[in-house]
Ligand binder design. Sequence first.
Ligand SMILES: Nc1nc2c(c(=O)[nH]1)N[C@H]1C(S)=C(S)[C@@H](COP(=O)(O)O)O[C@H]1N2
Ligand SMILES: [Mo]
Length: 221
Amino acid sequence: MHDKAARLRKSRSPKADVGLGERLPPGQVLTERFPILHEGEVPAYDLATWSLRLFGTLANPVELTYADLQALPQRQLQCDIHCVTRWSKFDTRWSGVHLQDLLQALDIRPTSTFVMAHADHAYQTNLHLDDLLHPDSLLATHYDGQPLTAQHGWPLRLVVAGRYFWKSAKWLRGLEFTDQEQPGFWERNGFHLHADPFIEQRFSGDALDIAEDAWREKDFD
Ligand SMILES: Nc1nc2c(c(=O)[nH]1)N[C@H]1C(S)=C(S)[C@@H](COP(=O)(O)O)O[C@H]1N2
Ligand SMILES: [Mo]
């Protein structure tokens, strides 16, 4: 087991930024810089052999080249990002392909509710299909008008709206459509399945293992 969740739980919260209204999620601190966080080595690719696989419960799995992605409508996105380690960054600018456009171009109609994102090296994160179809999510190839740097996920990463940033897999290689929700890498290691920063879904196991109405059965003094 990875102990990152345990260490984060114990760490004292920094004094959270106030006065930023509803825009900064609770317990987060704003940064101007762009931190780099990941497990393992930064992968190297040859775009000629790189591919993105769509598989799982699809009628026909597909394997896309980088050129296939470039042939699709190129979308712009400006969004705020929130890392579970408590930094947030406002107004990040991305461009790339929207999953809706990709599915439409391939005439794929997924029947599943869930998607497991597969990335290098052996990184996975679980998502709801709706999260990926959100208008503020993207399969991003560019950041701030430039191709992604290797450290930030070149050639392709996810940007997932409304979730802590670990859901935004860098070095994306596959989207697996599934009927059951399986936990990804961090989700198996103490982090929350759904990761909504505005309600601080940071860790798993926060919920007490008792029925919601169990307190009614208790004695009160
Ligand atoms: N493939 C891969 N993607 C990943 C990770 C990783 O370890 N491997 N780390 C995640 C985490 S925890 C965060 S906070 C963001 C960081 O993205 P950045 O380095 O571009 O800031 O990438 C996410 N995507
Ligand atoms: Mo993270």
